[in-house]
Design a protein around this ligand. Structure first.
Ligand SMILES: N[C@@H](CCC(=O)N[C@@H](CS)C(=O)NCC(=O)O)C(=O)O
Length: 202
């Protein structure tokens, strides 16, 4: 049986929860992180020395790093793929980590998890500009195909799909990215996305 540790409002946990629901993998989930604690206990640190979420234990195989967990679950339970299909998805997963995650996360933490009087407006403005530039790259890619690595949803869509929900629900002015907007609508046709990713930002 698959066991997942992590609170549901963590974007990295959402990647895993969306994946297990999308692939119909039986699982249990334990709240952990932030107000739930757990991540500081010696037992948890023995599983994940980073003290972060998510962590999984799948029949005794322990794994952390959300993108790696998504890759593992798709390899174990996802549809068969060619090498090229796999790497087309891998590219976007790494791109989100390397290029998109930091500015969206800065804007999210400033606007959603920082009291107004403590906010750094300059940091928000810089992060929003950087995120908008990065989203333009994904917007261009989605002009010619419905999903990031082709005609069907794949693991390559999981990190971006989670960040798209955050980005489009932040209280900021953002440039129009029509293909990203259509992509967000398309993702909403997946019940697992609606259930695990489309939750209010907190
Ligand atoms: N690179 C790691 C990052 C993990 C991470 O930073 N998780 C955050 C939540 S999104 C966390 O554990 N925060 C501390 C907490 O929840 O207590 C991954 O993708 O799994």
């Amino acid at each position: 049986m698959l066991k997942i540790w992590g609170r549901v409002n963590s974007i990295n946990v959402q990647k895993v929860m969306w994946t297990v629901a999308e692939l119909n993998v039986p699982h249990t989930r334990v709240d952990a992180g932030m107000a739930f604690g757990v991540v500081g206990t010696p037992e948890y640190r023995a599983l994940n020395p980073n003290g972060r979420v998510p962590t999984i234990d799948y029949d005794g195989f322990v794994l952390w790093e959300s993108n790696t967990i998504v890759r593992y679950l798709y390899a174990r339970h996802g549809p068969a793929r060619t090498l090229e299909e796999s790497y087309a998805a891998e590219k976007w997963m790494d791109w989100v980590l390397a290029t998109l995650a930091a500015p969206v996360t800065t804007a999210f933490w400033q606007l959603i998890r920082t009291p107004a009087e403590k906010r750094d407006d300059g940091a928000v403005a810089a992060a929003v500009e950087q995120a908008a530039d990065a989203f333009k790259i994904a917007d261009d890619a989605l002009a010619s195909q419905p999903y990031l690595s082709g005609r069907a949803l794949s693991m390559g869509d999981v990190p971006l799909g989670c960040f798209v929900h955050r980005w489009l629900n932040l209280p900021v002015e953002r440039p129009a990215h029509p293909n990203i907007t259509r992509y967000y609508e398309r993702l909403q046709s997946h019940p697992a996305y609606r259930q695990h990713v489309m939750i209010p930002l907190s």
